[in-house]
Write a protein that binds this ligand. Structure first.
Ligand SMILES: *Cc1c(COP(=O)(O)O)cnc(C)c1O
Length: 395
């Protein structure tokens, strides 16, 4: 029998991090001592009190049945209270929140609720690949908004052609940003609201890194600005905040009609988030947030060590104000992939080529600060031994 993949599957670019993981494993098999700064996956365990809450929750037979729907009301109330406390935004737990099996799940599914074939989705690039994947799966067309350093890595809404804006149904924004580590101020969010209202575009704000910030500079929520809830939703995740990437827990909140649409898709695809995990999520959101403060301190130290050491060997890198990424310009004359190759082959360092996350990422590499300080120092020591002038790589 001949088995053919669908056109939409054929259209998918290779999932970048799976590729990077494959290369990493191949190097490890060869016996290389790899320093992995590639995938953005926290290296620290989930805080103990959250694990304990899960241990208790899993014993309750009520959690052993299909969870269905938006999530248990106690989890949604915990989210609403956390939101009020953190952003001073009111969210109605009854109809403005939907629990997600990790925010990636919601980000990848939301298109199905609003995109008809050939509708346009505005996607930032470089960016998290799922905005585009969801577009391909819903037969939409992505219009890529370049994130350039000269615009502080914010999309230039004015430069989007009128015809594109008219056909666009969804715009994705992501601050604090993966991969550039840029943050957005309320001014930018207000411009997004104005633009979205003018053209009837649903705003999907991905705030997975809202709690991973430094120097006490708390990032804003899109929903803080006036009129935001009329036009969009925000995606949040417990993955990075509480070192819970493996648990799969997040939520979408905001405009009730948008939430309802996403819920319809989900109700037909999955049967909800394991409610014991939601109970652990309640524990995470309602307990002391000291563990989050501790997490920030660790990454801030790592950031300072890594940037400091890189500076000493002549790499000029912007200090990120949020996220655990360092978005670094490649050495003169080197493309992203050429840089990544030399770092892997000669220094055993895995990092992400900027162009792998979109063409405007060319000329950058992304380092994730997901190893201990001593390893970061070791990484820079190894980088310092590479003579970038010797071997000119083809661009
Ligand atoms: C990690 C990440 C997410 C979500 O992760 P989940 O584990 O699915 O909640 C979402 N957006 C960006 C930009 C991320 O880097």
């Amino acid at each position: 029998m001949i088995i053919n993949y669908s056109e939409r599957l054929k259209k998918l670019p290779p999932y970048l991090f799976v590729e990077i993981d494959r290369k990493k494993k191949a190097a490890i098999e060869k016996g290389v001592d790899i320093i992995s700064l590639g995938v953005g996956d926290p290296d620290m365990p989930t805080p103990k009190h959250i694990v304990e809450a899960m241990k208790q929750a899993i014993k309750k037979p009520a959690h052993h049945q299909y969870p269905f729907g938006a999530g248990i009301i106690e989890f949604r109330k915990a989210i609403a209270n956390w939101y009020k406390e953190r952003f001073n935004v009111d969210i109605n737990p009854n109809n403005e929140i939907y629990s997600l099996i990790g925010s990636k799940e919601g980000i990848g599914h939301i298109h199905l609720a609003f995109i008809n074939p050939k509708d346009i989705v505005l996607v930032p690039e470089p960016g998290y690949p799922v905005y585009n994947t969801g577009t391909i799966f819903s037969d939409g067309i992505a219009y890529f908004m370049p994130l350039k350093e000269k615009n502080s890595f914010l999309p230039d809404l004015e430069s989007i052609p009128e015809k594109v804006s008219q056909k666009a149904k969804i715009i994705f924004i992501n601050y604090p940003n993966n991969p550039t580590a840029a943050t957005a101020n309320p001014d930018f969010y207000a411009r997004v609201v104005k633009y979205a209202k003018k053209y009837n575009i649903i705003v999907c704000s991905d705030a997975a890194y809202s709690e991973m910030y430094y120097d006490n500079q708390k990032p804003h929520s899109f929903l803080e600005v006036k009129g935001a809830k009329d036009v969009g939703v925000e995606f949040h995740s417990l993955s990075k905040t509480y070192n819970m990437t493996g648990w799969r827990l997040g939520w979408a909140c905001g405009n009730p009609k948008v939430i309802q649409g996403l819920g319809k898709v989900k109700d037909n695809y999955d049967s909800g988030v394991f409610s014991a995990i939601q109970e652990a999520g309640i524990c995470a959101l309602t307990s002391s947030q000291k563990c989050v403060e501790d997490m920030r301190k660790i990454y801030q130290k790592r950031r300072d060590v890594f940037i400091g050491e890189l500076g000493k060997i002549g790499w000029k890198v912007n200090k990120p104000q949020a996220t655990f990424y360092v978005w670094a310009k490649t050495p003169v004359g080197y493309s992203s992939t050429a840089t990544v190759s030399r770092l892997l082959d000669e220094a055993g360092i895995v990092c992400t080529p900027g162009n792998g996350m979109g063409p405007s990422g060319e000329g950058y590499v992304r380092f994730a600060l997901t190893v201990k300080e001593t390893r970061l120092k070791e990484a820079v020591k190894r980088i310092s031994r590479i003579n970038w002038k010797t071997k000119k790589c083809a661009l």
